[in-house]
Design a binder for this molecule. Structure first.
Ligand SMILES: Nc1ncnc2c1ncn2[C@@H]1O[C@H](COP(=O)(O)OP(=O)(O)O)[C@@H](O)[C@H]1O
Ligand SMILES: Cc1cn([C@H]2C[C@H](O)[C@@H](COP(=O)(O)OP(=O)(O)O)O2)c(=O)[nH]c1=O
Length: 225
């Protein structure tokens, strides 16, 4: 299947707690302030059906099988793409999406392999096939890279929120997922930028804006030093 890269389609990736939601809100405001019609969305989610799939995936009855998870994440992503994202892009809007394919490869592939242990069927080839099912891809992905220890120090601020099934993973799992994301990033250097997540929110926002200022689709002035 041939791929279609969409201008004005931006994805934020990173491990849980890396700062994706914070950056997507800042980016959304900055682009809206420039008069762009911004749709902020998340993966899995964005449509009623995809939000229902999200509830299954993050709820107490979440399927244990990494293959089933990969298919459900893909189904939710497809619905969001067809019903929300592509129509919005077609109307000259901007889409900012929290997570995308890199999460599936890293979590239902590499992360699941780590959890399954020696002797189990390797889940990576199946998870990798999900890439072939999705033809529409973002022009820009920002991987906010932060080590899980640093995330843990921030998690205090999320105390009181219920942990979902993916939050309840062992610490080493998040390191495996982080490494997988960095490895994946090497295959997509033209459309994926690694952003150091240990910087403060404003500094990270500035780096993202600087990257976008090189793209005429955004017509942004160069951020001043
Ligand atoms: N650059 C940053 N520096 C310090 N704390 C941050 C930064 N970005 C986000 N946070 C805080 O870290 C926590 C997780 O951030 P969040 O944006 O929700 O991450 P994610 O969406 O990747 O799970 C929140 O409490 C948020 O306020
Ligand atoms: C999109 C996607 C998410 N996930 C996981 C990552 C998160 O733990 C969870 C989504 O929860 P969410 O609260 O959106 O993540 P975050 O904590 O980063 O804000 O689903 C996958 O395992 N595979 C995927 O393909």
């Amino acid at each position: 299947m041939s791929k279609r890269f969409h201008d004005r389609f931006i994805v934020l990736e990173g491990i849980d707690g890396a700062g994706k939601t914070t950056q997507s809100k800042m980016l959304s405001k900055a682009l809206s302030d420039r008069g762009m019609d911004v749709l902020g969305t998340r993966d899995p989610g964005g449509t009623k059906a995809a939000e229902d799939i999200r509830k299954i995936l993050l709820g107490d009855n979440s399927p244990e099988s990494a293959k089933t998870q990969a298919l459900l994440f893909t189904a939710a992503r497809m619905d969001n793409l067809e019903m929300n994202i592509l129509p919005h892009l077609k109307n000259d809007g901007v889409v900012i999406m929290d997570r995308f394919l890199t999460s599936t490869i890293s979590m239902q592939g590499y992360g699941a392999k780590f959890l399954a242990g020696e002797g189990s069927e390797d889940p990576i080839p199946f998870a990798s096939q999900m890439v072939h099912l999705i033809a529409d891809l973002p022009r820009h992905t920002f991987l906010i890279d932060l080590n899980p220890e640093a995330v843990k120090q921030r998690v205090g601020s999320r105390e009181g929120q219920a942990l979902d099934v993916f939050d309840r993973k062992p610490a080493a799992y998040h390191s495996v997922v982080r490494e997988a994301m960095l490895r994946e990033a090497k295959n997509f250097t033209e459309i994926l930028t690694i952003i150091p997540g240990h910087e403060g929110p404003e500094a990270i926002h500035k780096m993202i804006m600087e990257e976008l200022s090189d793209d005429k689709a955004f017509c942004l002035p160069q951020a001043s030093a």
